[in-house]
Design a protein around this ligand. Structure first.
Ligand SMILES: *Cc1c(COP(=O)(O)O)cnc(C)c1O
Length: 392
């Protein structure tokens, strides 16, 4: 099975997913016989251009938007970067707007870009409040919107703690004041149907590798008329918003990954939700001193995340790896001086809890037996980990 390295079990689908073999199949011809540059006039070019435009039409259809509103990028991170910088500089140039309003618990592709806009380029950065599940309310956005707000950015679903934001209503609050609204939907798109008209978004980031597509390809949805300065200049590709010869094979693969995700969404949910619930309820029941992070119900269907008091999260990941399970934690591994992730800090958890984070994310190749074996071994590893900490 794809997701197994011999006897290893992959439970880290929020980090990335294996490429669906059907996606690989549609990509293959564009690495050899259909190698043309879509910008060329001759038939090799025409063939490649047709493939790119067909992929664009497919995506536009899924997102309920016009093909001209789709910008292909190199990844979800690039989409976030283009959205934030492009919107910030355009808003400054056109209407002298200097205020940026963002969710404090974003992916680094958003949070670090916003921080750079503040520290290097002098934008005034304001963070929205979040509730204990890491969610933003439309009311708090409404209260803080100003005439000189350049843009608002709030992710659709949180990669680390799984919570889903009321994106449609946040979008509406921005729309009422005609302030551009960006959402990072890279994680959400794998599980939630996305209709750009219903969501009231002006800018939306997507990527392929969280939904069984290839790594290194993404989309930025740019609603018609949204002021945006290009960040990569050169050829006129992607509506003059992102120069560079199109990555044809990956663009084609991405569209196929989205097509399959949409068709198989319900079937995947029906399988994943009971398994996800089993993980959450068992861990909370069996292991002492544990808390679920993120919203208990309004969360991604494949996502379970916890913090354990007095546990070294990085060490736990290594113990799990040796035991045959690939999971992830919130905090990046910093040897010497480990810190809880920004997300857990923003939610107000103490270091004693925040350092013991664990994220278990399942996907279409996860089986019931995988979960059973995982739940059997986890309590043992947690008590070993806690005992090790006491002996240090
Ligand atoms: C994975 C992820 C990204 C980054 O996407 P890449 O394609 O890996 O650059 C951005 N935002 C969220 C929420 C993600 O989960």
């Amino acid at each position: 099975m794809i997701s197994h390295l011999s006897d290893q079990t992959y439970l880290d689908y929020a980090a990335t997913t294996p490429l669906d073999p059907r996606v690989l199949e549609v990509m293959k011809p564009f690495f050899n016989e259909k190698f043309g540059n879509p910008s060329s006039v001759h038939r090799w070019g025409q063939q490649a251009e047709a493939a790119v435009e067909n992929a664009r039409d497919l995506l536009a259809n899924f997102l309920n938007c016009s093909p001209t509103e789709i910008v292909f990028t190199s990844c979800g991170s690039e989409s976030d970067n283009l959205a934030l910088r492009g919107a910030a500089f355009a808003a400054r140039q056109i209407r002298n707007a200097n205020h940026i309003l963002i969710n404090p618990v974003e992916h680094h592709a958003v949070s670090f870009t916003a921080e750079q806009l503040a520290h290097v380029f002098g934008f005034e950065l304001e963070y929205l409040p979040v509730n204990k599940h890491g969610q933003v309310t439309p009311e708090s956005v409404r209260e803080r919107l100003r005439e000189d707000t350049a843009f608002v950015s709030v992710m659709y679903a949180n990669n680390e703690i799984g919570s889903i934001n009321p994106t449609q209503d946040i979008g509406l609050a921005c729309k009422e004041k005609e302030i551009p609204f960006h959402t990072d939907a890279v994680q959400a798109a794998a599980h939630i149907e996305i209709d750009t008209k219903e969501l009231n978004v002006d800018l939306m980031s997507l990527g392929a590798h969280k939904l069984y597509g290839p790594k290194g390809i993404g989309v930025l949805y740019v609603k018609q008329g949204t002021p945006l300065l290009s960040m990569q200049t050169g050829g006129g590709q992607e509506n003059n918003l992102r120069a560079g010869t199109s990555n044809v094979a990956f663009i084609v693969g991405q569209a196929e990954a989205f097509r399959l995700a949409k068709i198989e969404q319900q079937e995947n949910h029906d399988r994943l939700i009971p398994m996800r619930n089993e993980i959450i309820s068992n861990v909370l029941k069996i292991i002492p001193d544990v808390q679920l992070t993120g919203h208990p119900e309004i969360r991604l269907p494949n996502h379970a995340s916890f913090i354990f008091k007095g546990v070294d999260g990085n060490e736990l990941l290594m113990m799990l790896d040796i035991a045959g399970f690939a999971c992830s934690s919130g905090s990046a591994c910093k040897t010497g001086n480990p810190e809880p992730s920004e997300v857990l800090n923003a939610l107000g958890f103490s270091k004693e809890w925040g350092l013991g984070s664990l994220r278990v994310t399942i996907g279409k190749y996860t089986s019931e037996e995988d979960i059973n074996r995982f739940l059997k071994i986890l309590p043992k590893l947690i008590s070993e980990n806690r005992a090790m900490g006491k002996n240090k």
